[in-house]
Design a protein around this ligand. Structure first.
Ligand code: NDP
Length: 280
């Protein structure tokens, strides 16, 4: 059976939480996943991830720095979800970068997660002096089949410009802070021009989107919340996102964004909210 196309008439296909985008040759990544920063301890991880998997989330975003890989691994293993349906991302922290340290950090993350391979591994934050060595380790892990795709996070144009001369495999993803108050149009365009898929972290401005009146107003027209409008706006831009919640009802709300479409003027009204304002 031919795979479902990820783009139709130049627009991302957005029919269900199962929709994916091809981020590297043959690597399909869900467009909507779940973040796990500050989701800690066995009970909280179980509560959030059991609910997320039950609702159909398959993209799980973690990092060594979140201190929850082992707990996530336990939930994934006993979930019964086939490994090839899951998409698991982790990240290497700056103090673990460099060639040997990255290889060791990756092995620890993978072991904690209890997986044979990770779907995506990211440089969590740029460490310019170590970028070439770290990327060499990433490329090796990918060549060995221990990683399906490799990418970066919090990379700016200058970080990419430094990486290109030493990279054989281009980064598939740049995971960046992106939400209505921080839209970074030139970085997003640069990524698009270089075929790097953008992924939005803190898409809900850590919950603050709920108090932006323009989002609530657009939501009222569609019987949706400000959070749902924000997630839909990000997805319609072709950007992957990973809103985090530990509450099953909010995980459900955040996944319930495939039955409405924002009109061009609504997309433009949200674009106009940009304040170049970081949440973190
Ligand atoms: P989000 O923008 O996803 O916001 C999460 C917060 O919003 C939580 O407090 C959550 O509360 C609340 N929330 C969730 N859903 C709703 C809703 N429907 N209505 C109102 N409030 C809601 O922030 P994050 O910073 O967590 O970013 C998402 C993910 O991105 C992270 O979890 C992590 O995986 C990744 N990330 C990556 C970074 C990087 O450097 N690469 C940096 C930061 C994040 P509650 O849990 O109580 O529901």
């Amino acid at each position: 059976m031919a795979p479902t196309p990820d783009v139709e008439h130049g627009e991302p296909v957005l029919r269900s939480i199962a929709d994916c985008v091809e981020i590297a040759p043959g690597v399909m990544m869900p467009r909507l996943g779940v973040g796990t920063s500050h989701v800690v301890g066995t009970l909280e991880v179980e509560h959030a991830l059991d609910a997320a998997l039950g609702l159909g989330y398959r993209l799980i975003d973690t990092a060594a720095a979140y201190g929850n890989e082992a707990e996530i691994g336990v939930v994934l293993e006993r979930s019964g979800v086939p490994r090839d349906e899951l998409f698991v991302t982790s990240k290497v922290w700056p103090s673990d970068q460099g060639y040997q340290r990255t290889l060791r950090a990756f092995e620890k993350s993978r072991d904690r997660l209890g997986l044979d391979y990770l779907d995506l591994y990211l440089i969590h934050w740029p460490e310019p002096s170590l970028a070439a060595e770290t990327w060499q380790a990433f490329e090796e892990l990918r060549a060995r089949g221990e990683l399906r795709a490799i990418g970066v996070s919090n990379y700016m144009v200058s970080d990419f410009e430094r990486l290109w001369p030493t990279a054989t495999v281009p980064p598939a993803i740049d995971q960046i802070e992106f939400h209505p108050y921080l839209q970074r149009p030139s970085l997003v365009e640069y990524c698009r021009d270089h075929r790097v898929v953008v992924q939005a972290w803190s898409p809900l401005m850590r919950g603050r989107v709920s108090s932006i009146p323009q989002l609530a107003e657009i939501g009222r027209r569609h019987s949706k919340t400000a959070a749902q409008v924000t997630i839909r706006w990000i997805l319609q831009k072709g950007i992957i996102t990973i809103p985090k919640s530990t509450h099953p009802e909010r995980l459900q709300e955040n996944a319930d964004v495939f039955d409405f479409t924002l009109a061009g003027d609504e997309m433009a009204a949200i674009d106009a909210l940009d304040r170049r304002q970081h949440e973190s």
